[in-house]
Design a protein around this ligand. Structure first.
Ligand code: XMP
Length: 514
């Protein structure tokens, strides 16, 4: 499909996904590509504009990520952000060096309101700065359009060429009018018209699936989470009973979750699809015996998933397509899109092992960020309760149990987690916290219960607030709520005698606790 598109060229900056999301919030489709992407490939994509992200390097050092001059001569508007801005200046003949004063945090910037980039923006506006280097001299042809006392070139433009460079980060919400600036770039510089709308995406997605599938049979891997549920409903709307949803209960789900999934998607639920529940708990536990390393656990669980699907597919007869609920951050985080390191393998990304004999994989949500998946879910008429469900990793409690997974530990973490969620909801906090769950540490320690000495496990409670799941802050849960959860877990869950609250933000931690 030839849709209006902005591309983000990723130089390894931590906000790269945020840039793409902000552009999409302006109703313009946006994708992320590594800076290593070939110029010809970029041209072939025919983007309406290009945004160069920030990055951890100094652009003047040997071997620093760069791009050729040609990128700026394509006639396509380019916006450089932070590292991207410095690179643009350096490449086109300006000078970038270590700044005499490092700027970090919210800084008041004075902007030239006559620039197309700053139309409707206040003359003095708070922006998020984070840089050690700065643009000392702008490149020929450019003009300074924003400054701070410490940063003589906070932004520059070469208006006739549609080239813009911004030292600060408009994609971060701390930049109070950042969205307006990106909106200006996308609409007033790139000339986008805003065709990226969720209802169109859903409708054209359904039609595309119908065309692709024809009379073929489709198998959907349903986990009960938001992503696979939205994918399943999209498929059921597209091809109805040609779709079979296989729900693998790997014994690593939250308390009662298997039955809840069956209630929604099973024969008594509202959707027209074939639903098969596979109770494969024992198989997974057996494979996980003695395995402690988290990445290994992920691989085992992912691999076993695929094998269970394969077996089901064989039982069903010939299956042509396999549906997966892969979303865009999975793609980028797996190193397939941008420049970010592979932090952990997501079992649901990047094709299938050789031994699976489906013809093709369908990933209807591969282009969407999480909040967009939710919007698509609402568009499809999926109940809000399901659409706003807590994220839950594919490998489930397998990666919320530190160390070896055993059936006994699964019960402990299920019970503790259920209590935690119940109390959070009772305190009215369930809508305000981004993601929260209990995890089982691999630590046992001595305690005393009644007159008895105990030697039991410690549970860690996690709660974070996050906009995009790439960074997260620990949520502040009132102490009385935590105390109540602690009391209940220790009194009600066998095998646990300590409760910790995890204060770690992401980075340096991850949201999951594995
Ligand atoms: P991390 O732990 O990477 O988590 O900070 C970010 C978000 O991703 C979820 N997550 C996963 N989701 N398969 C998934 O579908 C996975 O393997 C997986 N690992 C983490 C996590 O719950 C959080 O929302």
């Amino acid at each position: 499909m030839n849709r209006e598109k902005i591309i983000v060229i990723d130089f390894g900056g931590q906000y790269n996904q945020l840039v793409a999301r902000r552009v999409r919030e302006c109703s313009v489709y946006c994708e992320i590509y590594s800076y290593k992407t070939d110029l010809e490939q970029i041209k072939a994509m025919n983007p309406k504009g290009i945004i160069l992200t920030g990055g951890p390097n100094s652009c003047y050092e040997d071997g620093a990520p760069s791009c050729g001059k040609e990128l700026f001569r394509l006639g396509i508007p380019v916006l450089g952000l932070c590292y991207g801005a410095q690179l643009m200046m350096l490449t086109l003949g300006g000078r970038v060096c270590k700044a005499p004063v490092r700027e970090y945090g919210k800084i008041e910037v004075t902007v030239d309101k006559s620039s197309r980039l700053f139309g409707g923006v206040s003359e003095k506006t708070i922006c998020w700065m984070s840089h050690n280097d700065y643009i000392e001299t702008i490149a020929p042809g450019f003009q300074v359009i924003a400054r701070t006392p410490a940063c003589p070139v906070a932004a520059a433009q070469w208006e006739e060429r549609n080239l813009y460079a911004i030292q600060f980060h408009p994609e971060v919400l701390h930049t109070q009018e950042g969205t307006k600036m990106l909106h200006n770039f996308v609409y007033h510089v790139c000339g986008c018209t805003g065709t990226w709308k969720m209802d169109t995406f859903v409708e054209s997605g359904i039609q595309a699936i119908r065309r692709k599938v024809g009379s073929g049979k489709v198998l959907c891997a349903l986990s009960g989470g938001v992503d696979s549920s939205v994918a399943a409903v999209m498929l059921s709307k597209a091809v109805g009973s040609q779709l079979t949803c296989v729900f693998v209960d790997h014994g690593l789900l939250r308390k009662n979750e298997g039955d809840e999934v069956e209630e929604v998607f099973g024969p008594h639920g509202p959707y027209d699809l074939n639903f098969i529940r596979v109770n494969a708990q024992e198989r997974f536990y057996e494979k996980l015996k003695g395995v402690e390393e988290p990445e290994k656990k992920r691989k085992i669980i992912g691999g076993e998933f695929i094998r269970v699907f394969e077996e089901e597919a064989k039982k069903i007869g010939s299956v042509d397509f396999l549906v997966q609920g892969t979303i865009y951050p999975d793609v980028v985080e797996s190193g397939l899109g941008g420049e970010s390191a592979v932090i952990k393998s997501h079992h649901n990304v990047g094709g299938l092992p050789d031994y699976v004999d489906f013809r093709e994989v369908i990933e209807p949500l591969r282009d969407l960020f999480k909040d967009e998946v939710r919007r698509a879910g609402l568009e499809l008429g999926i109940p809000e309760k399901l659409v706003f469900r807590q994220p839950f990793p594919g490998p489930g409690l397998g990666i919320r149990i530190v160390g070896e997974v055993t059936p006994e530990k699964v019960v402990m973490v299920q019970e503790a987690d259920a209590i935690y969620r119940e109390e959070i909801a009772r305190a009215g906090l369930d809508k305000t916290i981004g993601q929260y769950f209990a995890a089982l540490t691999n630590m046992r320690s001595v305690g005393v219960m009644g007159d008895e000495r105990t030697y039991d496990y410690a549970v860690a409670l996690r709660a974070v607030n996050t906009v995009d799941f790439m960074t997260a802050e620990t949520a502040e849960i009132p102490f009385p709520v935590l105390t109540k959860v602690m009391n209940r877990i220790i009194n009600e869950v066998n095998g646990i005698n300590r409760v910790f609250y995890d204060l770690t933000s992401k980075p340096p931690g991850t949201i999951e606790f594995e």
